[in-house]
Design a protein around this ligand. Structure first.
Ligand SMILES: [Fe+2]
Ligand SMILES: [Fe+2]
Length: 199
């Protein structure tokens, strides 16, 4: 996606980080790419200004960059994981935030990434923040992340199917997930027939 001229340098920084991440993990950057595509479609449907779409896109492209610090065996482990392993997986959000926060972006990219597993009702992580404390872009990213994750094949399991993914976001609509974003996502997936590209 071409970014506007003032953001070109930031997109280049993001591209460099992704290239580095791809050296050790062939899966996560593809998941991030697909999530970014869906997030941008939701943002456009909700008429987010072009500047904020750029930031949403870049944030989504690196939202799981903190997974570069998690052992690949754990990221790709099939079947059930232990509570301890889940605790380790969750640290990717804080790692990612700290990495991205080193860069003086003139916008809230690191904050959006920090919030991508937070929920409106405060039941998410790492900080358990809620409601208005969650940037709108992160609410979009959260919904796109869930739909991409469930509808795509992952290294540790096959796709659960788009119908199951859409049922899941409808189940969480208004409690954990922003209802406006859920409705926009349903529209985009159904009207534009969005599907993740098989990796
Ligand atoms: Fe994540
Ligand atoms: Fe993700």
């Amino acid at each position: 996606m071409p970014v506007s001229e003032p953001n070109k340098i930031y997109q280049e920084v993001i591209d460099a980080l992704i290239a580095m991440h791809r050296l050790t993990d062939g899966y996560t950057p593809n998941h991030e790419d697909q999530t970014a595509e869906l997030a941008v479609m939701i943002g456009r449907h909700l008429r987010l200004p072009a500047e904020r779409i750029d930031v949403l896109h870049m944030a989504a492209q690196v939202h799981d960059i903190g997974k570069a610090r998690i052992p690949l065996e754990l990221l790709t482990k099939p079947g059930r994981i232990t509570a301890d392993e889940y605790g380790v997986l969750k640290t990717h959000v804080q790692f990612g935030y700290e990495m991205l926060n080193k860069i003086s972006f003139p916008f809230n990219l690191a904050e959006i990434v920090w919030c991508h597993h937070e929920y409106l009702d405060g039941s998410g992580y790492p900080r358990g923040i809620s409601g208005d404390a969650l940037p709108f872009e992160s609410r979009i990213l959260t919904v796109a992340d869930i739909v991409e994750s469930m509808s795509a094949d992952r290294p540790y399991r096959k796709s659960l199917g788009m119908a199951v993914a859409l049922e899941e976001i409808q189940r969480q609509r208004g409690s954990r997930l922003d209802p406006v974003v859920v409705d926009a996502c349903l529209h985009v997936v159904q009207e534009h027939n969005w599907r993740p590209i098989a990796n």
